[in-house]
Design a protein around this ligand. Structure first.
Ligand SMILES: [Zn+2]
Length: 231
């Protein structure tokens, strides 16, 4: 036990039932050896880089920009700012973080720290065993996310290092031109975390997030074990 610290796991387990982006290939798991036959058990696992709780590197949208392995560990251990819009948006699948939400957060809690990880709680994790509700339809995705104006403020004025949320994507599902990914956040070198869980257990300020992403060489993203530490 870390003295005086509480640990919260923000990760969805990665298995055959992990919810996927509509139409994305599902992970596969193959037993390579068994203890009975070989003396040890091991599998071969194959997954889309954007499966389950995962990390997006800027190279996901920006040609030639940083790949997953290019992030030094100090960029992956960050103070967490947790903005909760779940009550305001309710069941609205087109709900998004607005600049007014960010201003309301800072009125209540003071100016957020710079170079933090901004984690958006929409409450959508409650649907993550129901692909229609969580994701929408193939070619017609619907889920909440970061509005472009709010994202621009967080990137430019608050110098955020990363953005994370409890939905399939940082951009809301309806925004099929992905403005945050393609023009606001990744071009500035920010990372993203998608399909987080348990954000309700974090305070608005004061937690730290540890992004345990695989340093896949040349990767566009990777599943990640994401852990929060609370004082
Ligand atoms: Zn992704």
């Amino acid at each position: 036990m870390l003295q005086g610290m509480r640990v919260v796991d923000l990760t969805i387990p990665l298995g055959p039932n992990t919810i996927m982006w509509p139409g994305a290939p599902e992970p596969t798991f193959e037993n390579l050896t068994s203890i009975k036959n070989d003396g040890y058990f091991a599998r071969i696992v194959s997954f889309f880089e954007h499966t389950g709780t995962h990390f997006d590197a800027p190279s996901h949208f920006i040609e030639g920009h940083n790949t997953v392995d290019k992030f030094p560990a100090e960029k992956l251990v960050r103070p967490a700012v947790v903005i909760d819009i779940s009550e305001r948006i309710g069941d609205d699948a087109d709900g998004e973080l607005t600049l007014a939400d960010v201003h309301a957060f800072e009125s209540a809690h003071g100016e957020m720290p710079h170079e933090a990880a901004i984690l958006l709680r929409t409450g959508w994790e409650r649907f993550n065993n129901d692909v229609r509700k969580y994701a929408g339809e193939p070619g017609k995705t619907r889920f909440p996310g970061f509005g472009a104006e709010a994202a621009r403020f967080l990137v430019e004025e608050r110098k955020a290092v990363g953005l994370g949320t409890d939905t399939l994507g940082i951009d809301p599902g309806y925004a099929t031109d992905y403005p945050v990914h393609s023009t606001i956040s990744h071009p500035k070198g920010l990372w993203h975390l998608e399909n987080l869980t348990n954000l309700s257990q974090l305070p608005p300020l004061g937690a730290w997030v540890i992004v345990g992403v695989l340093p896949l060489v040349d990767g566009s993203g990777s599943p990640a074990r994401v852990i929060a530490l609370l004082p």
